[in-house]
Design a protein around this ligand. Structure first.
Ligand SMILES: NC(=O)c1ccc[n+]([C@@H]2O[C@H](COP(=O)([O-])OP(=O)(O)OC[C@H]3O[C@@H](n4cnc5c(N)ncnc54)[C@H](OP(=O)(O)O)[C@@H]3O)[C@@H](O)[C@H]2O)c1
Length: 342
């Protein structure tokens, strides 16, 4: 079935400026890490992307390794660009990344010039694009000079393969170093992609949020729902088909009795605000403009609609924030902590 985007798609979404750049992003962005591989139904992938675009989500986030198998999410999105978003390229912000293991041999991961440029070319081919809007170094590489990794990002931008440079999971110190190099090269880092949610608050303790404000870099917080934990999904158990049952990135043993009790308390606070827990979790990440956009994932179109409802109430009273702090405990959910330690 052919798809025509809704005419009123820009009427409700909030858009925020990304740091001190000219790039404007929707308060909620959609990531294709899960549910876009070959193990997932293509018509559902299309429906999720269509629903997102219809609600004003203009930003779709990918990486070379999203699947399974790695690369297949970019291929699926390339199909969707052809069938559904054809003619709308200039209304879309599409990102990709390289840093994790992508192909065999010594040139298929980390941060060398060889890997980043080759991977960017592969991503463009898979998606059928001339350029991506944002290209990220997906993680800091302790064994490659930072000048080389940042030089590769600069080359990717200057050669027209991408419009803006980004980094992901770099800690505050590495971010300052990276930005110094990029600024000297004339290609400033425009966006940082860290994990951040009520149960994973490393960006606060590391000082990254302050660093980003100081440097004028915008930010896109990934896993704002803690991979689905901060929703109504796990309040009474583990439903079949949910991410926690898939033995992928969400370890079901994290769902302790204590955590489930905290999730129920947070759900009560959300209900008092007239929000679902997912909506409150997203609003909480967006409560200050230091975070430009919350990068969600979804396995169904209805989840996108629920999440987008978060923008109806982004304000928190001091009392609400204090009450949330009683239950928003760090639960050792940061799978990307090692990258930030390097
Ligand atoms: N830079 C990096 O290193 C990095 C790493 C990880 C992720 N990311 C990016 O961040 C994106 C988001 O990650 P994520 O998918 O883990 O984010 P998330 O938003 O924390 O979790 C998404 C999951 O939450 C559940 N969900 C979403 N909305 C819901 C709702 N309204 N009600 C109930 N359940 C809901 C769904 O789980 P079910 O599938 O169980 O239904 C969905 O798959 C990725 O796609 C990727 O673009 C980046």
């Amino acid at each position: 079935m052919s798809y025509l985007p809704k005419a009123n798609r820009y009427s409700k979404m909030i858009y925020r400026r990304c740091g001190h750049s000219g790039l404007i992003l929707p308060a909620i962005s959609l990531g294709l890490w899960h549910n876009f591989g070959e193990d997932y139904n293509h018509s559902l992938k299309r429906a999720i992307c269509q629903t997102a675009f219809d609600t004003g989500i203009t930003h779709f986030d990918l990486a070379n390794n999203y699947g399974p198998p790695p690369g297949s999410a970019e291929e699926a999105f390339g199909e969707i660009l052809k069938t559904d978003f054809c003619g709308f390229r200039d209304e879309l912000i599409i990102s990709s990344k390289a840093g994790y293991n992508m192909w065999e041999g010594p040139y298929g991961e980390w941060g060398s010039r060889k890997y980043l440029i080759a991977s960017c070319d592969q991503s463009l081919k898979r998606m059928g694009l001339d350029y991506v809007d944002i290209f990220y170094s997906h993680r800091f590489d302790p064994n490659t000079p930072l000048e080389e990794t940042m030089g590769a990002l600069d080359h990717i931008i200057r050669s027209g393969r991408a419009l803006y440079a980004g980094i992901s999971s770099y800690n505050s110190t590495r971010t300052r170093e990276a930005q110094k190099i990029l600024k000297e090269l004339g290609t400033p880092c425009v966006i940082h992609q860290p994990s951040y949610n009520m149960m994973n608050r490393w960006v606060e303790t590391d000082g990254l949020l302050t660093t980003l404000s100081d440097l004028g870099i915008g930010s896109i917080a990934f896993t704002p729902l803690a991979q689905g934990l901060l929703t109504n999904k796990y309040l009474t158990g583990i439903p079949s088909g949910s991410r926690a049952t898939q033995d992928k990135s969400l370890d079901k043993t994290k769902l302790s009795t204590n955590m489930i009790s905290n999730l129920n308390s947070l759900n009560d606070i959300a209900a008092n605000r007239g929000q679902s827990l997912a909506q409150m979790a997203i609003a909480w990440v967006l409560r200050e403009e230091k975070i430009t956009t919350a990068l969600i994932g979804a396995s169904k179109p209805n989840q996108v609609l629920d999440c987008v409802g978060a923008i109806n109430n982004l304000a928190f009273s001091v009392e609400e924030l204090e009450e949330i702090n009683l239950y928003a405990k760090d639960e050792a959910l940061n799978l990307w902590a090692k990258s930030a330690e390097l």
